[in-house]
Structure formats: structure tokens, C-alpha cells
Design a protein around this ligand. Structure first.
Ligand code: UDP
Ligand code: MG
Length: 320
């Protein structure tokens, strides 16, 4: 029996690019007839005509399946929905905007056939991205890698092939604030890297802005490591030790040398500095507490309005 390959495509306001994407996917699937294919689109609460376009594609091609989420949940949750509904022996996550070239999939499948469980595409270059975006992303990965024992894959997005065993693993991680890139590393399994040049968006515009990226960066760090807490502790110890040393010095200076204690400016600087350190540490603790808060509510990560033509009531959610 032919092995089944699911292509997962999270789509949020992508009406402009879907026809292009479908054409590329179709020629790919035509060139690999030895597999059975599923194109599983996850409509992440799009406000444009994405859903209508998807249904028109499905009319032409029944290999197109459509999960319609009840609202916009973000790409991370959209991917989880994709893992839940994917029926293939492996699944490939790909962006709708054609920044990830679908032609790479045939190479991914070759490595999968050789026995790799997670074949991920690493960017050799990034076209059409600003210098600042490249730099900030490089810093972020560096910081993240320093603070955690798990190897974080550099310059790697979500474009990858996952074997069924990886999908089953990822489905069991039901955190609602997700940092999927980290989870791919965390679950382990046999990984293989392939290199590619990331293209520019074919049409439409990016949904990321610096604020969102900053939030994702915080998400990444707080969901993968508790190092910031440890760092606060270390800063606290250092500051206490040095202020104690300074205290001893002041006593000696006053008693033996008769120098008056230095004045207003130094006091203000020290108070403000310590105030800053304290607020920062509180903020760090707050980040972790807010994660505890969100996760303890144990809400389902998403709701599906419909799968293809079928309405899905909440109690029929597909899970594990
Ligand atoms: N996406 C999504 N939900 C969102 C934002 C984005 O499903 O809330 C999808 C989007 O349709 C695309 C992919 O995630 O397929 C990557 O988004 P985008 O191209 O905006 O990100 P970038 O490539 O700029 O990092
Ligand atoms: Mg993109």
C-alpha cells in the first residue's frame, strides 16, 4: 500500500497566494505518484476569502482537506490542529506564502525513506528580510542556546517533515502557549538537516511585527529554560556581596580616615540601579507565573468550527 503524506499548511489571510501554492503542490504531487497525498489546510480564523478559496480548491481536488478554526489562534496552535487531524504516515509543515519551496519536499521524503524521523530545512540565506530582522534573530538563537541544554537548530523554521512517531509525540504536548520550534528539538528522534534558500513571500504580507517577535522570543526562553530565574538569583547574590564590601569600606574610611560619607548623587544612582534590578527580577518571575496561570486553566488549545463540510461540536474534538 502506498504511504500517505500529509502536507500541513497553516493559513491566515492568504487568499492571494493559495492558487499559486496549490499549483506548486500539485506539480510536486504529480511528480511523486508513488505516495498518497493529503493537503491539509488550517484556516486560522482568516478575515479575507481564504476559506472560500480553500473550498473552491477542494471542489477540484479531494486531496485538499480543510480545518476551519473557530478564530485566529496563531501559527503555533494552527500547527497543533494540523498534527491532530493529519492522517499521513508523515507530515510536512509548510508556510502558505511559498517562502518554503515545496520542491524540497521530494528530498525530505528521500531522507524519510532512509529512516530519518525529522527532516528539517535550514535556511542558507534569507531573501527580502531586513538586516535588523536577521541580526535580532541571530542574537535570540544565541541567547536561547546559551541558556538551555537542548540543541536549538539554528536558522530553522517550521518547514520540516515529521514521521508519524514525531507527530504522536507532539500531539501529546498540549501546552496552550506553544513554542513549537523548541518542541521539535525537545522530543528528540533521528534528525536530518537539509539546506535551502528561503524565498521572498510570493504575495500578501507577513503577519509578524517586532512586538510579536519579541513576545515569541520571551515565549521561547520562558518555555524552555528557567535560566532567567537563576540569573536573577546570581545578580542578587553579586549585588548583596558587593554592597556588603562597600559597607565595610565606608565604615573603615569614615572611622580611620575621617572622610565624610559621599553624598546624594551616589545614593540616588545606587537606589535607582537596585530598583531597576528588582523590577527586572520581578518581571522575570512574572513571566513564569503568567505561564503557570495560563497552563493551570487547562483550556483546550483550540476549537474547530468545521472539518471539510462537517461541523465539529466542541465535545467531538479530535485528540490523541
Ligand atoms: N499564520 C497563521 N496564523 C497566524 C499568523 C500566520 O496560521 O496568526 C501562517 C501564515 O498564513 C503562513 C505562516 O503562518 O502560512 C507564516 O506566516 P508569515 O509568512 O506571516 O511569517 P514569516 O514568514 O514572515 O515569518
Ligand atoms: Mg512568510
Amino acid at each position: 500500500m502506498a504511504k500517505k503524506v500529509s502536507i500541513l499548511i497553516p493559513a491566515y489571510n492568504e487568499e492571494k497566494v493559495l492558487h499559486l501554492l496549490y499549483a506548486r503542490l500539485k506539480s510536486l504531487t504529480d511528480s511523486l505518484p508513488q505516495y498518497e497525498w493529503e493537503m491539509l489546510f488550517i484556516n486560522d480564523g482568516s478575515k479575507d476569502n481564504t476559506l472560500a478559496v480553500l473550498f473552491s480548491l477542494r471542489k477540484e481536488d479531494t486531496r485538499v482537506n480543510i480545518i476551519d478554526l473557530s478564530r485566529n489562534y496563531g501559527k503555533e496552535i494552527a500547527m497543533l490542529a494540523g498534527f491532530d487531524y493529519a492522517s499521513g504516515d508523515c507530515a510536512i509543515v509548510i508556510d502558505a506564502d511559498l517562502q518554503d519551496p515545496p520542491e524540497l519536499i521530494s528530498q525530505m521524503l528521500q531522507y524519510w525513506e532512509e529512516g530519518y524521523d525529522d527532516v528539517y530545512a535550514k535556511r542558507r540565506s534569507r531573501k527580502g528580510e531586513s538586516f535588523l530582522k536577521k541580526k535580532t534573530s541571530a542574537w535570540f538563537y544565541k541567547i536561547l542556546q546559551r541558556t538551555t541544554k537542548i540543541t536549538i537548530q539554528l536558522d530553522t523554521g517550521d518547514f520540516r517533515l515529521l514521521d508519524r512517531s514525531c507527530i504522536e509525540a507532539l500531539k501529546q504536548i498540549r501546552e496552550s502557549s506553544r513554542y513549537t520550534k523548541g518542541m521539535f528539538s525537545w522530543i528528540g528522534y533521528r534528525k536530518k538537516e537539509i539546506l535551502f534558500d528561503r524565498d521572498q513571500r510570493a504575495a500578501g504580507e507577513t503577519k509578524w511585527n517586532y512586538f510579536k517577535l519579541f513576545s515569541l522570543a520571551i515565549e521561547g526562553i520562558t518555555s524552555f529554560t528557567t535560566a532567567p530565574l537563576r540569573i536573577s538569583t546570581i545578580i542578587g547574590v553579586l549585588v548583596s556581596l558587593s554592597s556588603f564590601a562597600y559597607l565595610i569600606y565606608m565604615i573603615i574610611d569614615t572611622v580611620f580616615n575621617g572622610n565624610p560619607i559621599a553624598g546624594y548623587a551616589s545614593t540616588i544612582v545606587i537606589i535607582l540601579f537596585l530598583g531597576g534590578v528588582q523590577l527586572l527580577s520581578l518581571g522575570v518571575i512574572g513571566e513564569y507565573i503568567s505561564r503557570i496561570f495560563v497552563e493551570t486553566k487547562r483550556r483546550p488549545p483550540y476549537f474547530v468550527r468545521s472539518f471539510n463540510d462537517e461541523k465539529i461540536p466542541p465535545q467531538n474534538r479530535k485528540q490523541n
